[in-house]
Design a protein around this ligand. Sequence first.
Ligand code: K1U
Ligand code: ZN
Length: 176
Amino acid sequence: MAILPILSYPDPRLRTIAEPVKTVDAEIKQLIEDMIETMYDAKGIGLAATQVDRHIQLIVMDLSENNDNPRVFINPKVTPLVEDKKPYEEGCLSVPDVYDSVERPTRVKIEALDGEGKPFVEEAEGLLAVCIQHEMDHLNGVLFVDYLSRLKQTRARDKVKKYLKVRERQMQQNKA
Ligand code: K1U
Ligand code: ZN
């Protein structure tokens, strides 16, 4: 298993549109393992392949309290089931230290393949509905900050830059 580097906003590679997965083979299964480990290491609840610079339709997620229920969504299709939208305070591992409210449909249908390539259909609400829509956006090259004002996007860019600079300095100090 390996912890993969996560791309940070405004890296243009985050704008790449993901391609469907053709076969769930050993290579994809290894990537799934690595993405789950990367998500846990970064203390996230979801991760899209786009964020680790792999441009295929693959999402991992774990909404459990003890990080003991990892879920896999391959070639997901997400359809809103209601017009009703609700705001939710979102974060993103590619936009560290930035949180803001985004409105999304409250109930969705998810059609996907699981980690073994088996198709499933599920209706989602609450955090699962929010998270799957956030991750689907990643696969389509969209970030949650795109829904915010220009001013907030500029602030987010500056905040990420500062965060990465501090993290880099800390890593250099830990090496010395
Ligand atoms: O895609 C990602 O960057 C992962 C992202 C998923 C997400 C969180 C909240 C709302 C929508 C989507 C994160 O996990 S960011 C980390 C975070 O905000 C968080 C971590 C643990 C518990 C709750 C939130
Ligand atoms: Zn994200």
